[in-house]
Write a protein that binds this ligand. Sequence first.
Ligand code: HEM
Length: 351
Amino acid sequence: MNAISPRSNRPPYPSADEELGEVLRPDEEMLAFQLADVIERGVRAQYQPGNARRDVHSKATGCVKAEFRVNDALPESLAKGIFIPGKTYQAWIRFSNGSGDPTRSDDNDDGRGMAIKVLGVSGFKLLENARDATTQDFVMINHPVFLTNDPHRYLSLVEKAGSGSLLTKLTIPLTLGLKGTLLAKELNSGKIANPLQIRYWSAVPYQLGTGPQRQVVKFSVKPDSPATDSIPENPGHHYLREAMQATLRKGDVFMKFLVQPRNSDSLSVEDSMIEWDEAVAPFYEVATIHIPQQEFATSERERFGESLSFNPWHSLPEHRPLGVLNRLRKIVYDRISRVRHEMNSVDGREP
Ligand code: HEM
């Protein structure tokens, strides 16, 4: 397969932090660039210039303004990076359906995404072309595990499924294997009532802190306001957006941001198909997400949300993404968001 990007222009592939349990696979770097090439071809084929969307999670159910307020008191081991006790940051949060089809009705089985962009974070960032950005991203889905760890499988899945119809074909059994097929079914099986009323997980691990004290964590966000909605009897095409609108017209929404430190070698850093059992490794609350009452469903906000790039590598070193999936994401997300912005003639700089 011909790579679209010349080798000399390639961003560096992440190295593995073996002390934290990362293990580089011999061919994963090559596969990461192939994956980016295949997805880029898909996006270019699926969309006309001016109208390019994300390859997956293409339909936003809402992009909302929020505050990320760190708890007043935190154990020293968790008070790292942006988790400065008592500090409040402004943030943008994009809620999405997992499908690569932006025209699909909300009334379909699908995974759901929550991508948080915390603003006003100073300091050196990991992504080479956004070193001075003042953002820290946290990208989550509504499931505690991911459907594969295997770059080969993910690549052949994307190749077979073709961009745009990826999530509808996720159950291709020969590609994903039995476990992956079951997980894909699980991940995409859900109908929900309201994206503001469900729980989200990072699914993949992250570093917390730097130096000899650094540790491995996963994170999660869970609602702190009561979940009152049920799925409407005749759900409309955009009923999730409408549910969010109704909730945020009535009042503010609060969610808790949780961190789950890895406390045993049996919790894998590389294998994100196995959940870290909460009974073994509990979650700790580190921050409150406050989504104030607002009207978010405007065309201006919609355009703004689509112009954003969420990327786990928009990150301080204290929150460095870990594991094979995150390493692949460094190459893929950066490339695909740049392609999208270039096709749309949009300035993709961080807000
Ligand atoms: C090999 C692994 C993965 C690949 C290749 C991949 C690919 C992608 C791509 C191409 C995008 C669109 C980026 C853009 O155009 O800006 C995206 C967005 C997204 N991905 Fe992944 N992904 C992977 C793993 C994951 C995992 C493990 C999660 C779980 C946390 C996840 C959650 C999301 C979410 C929530 C979005 C939407 C972010 C937004 O609102 O802009 N992905 N992914």
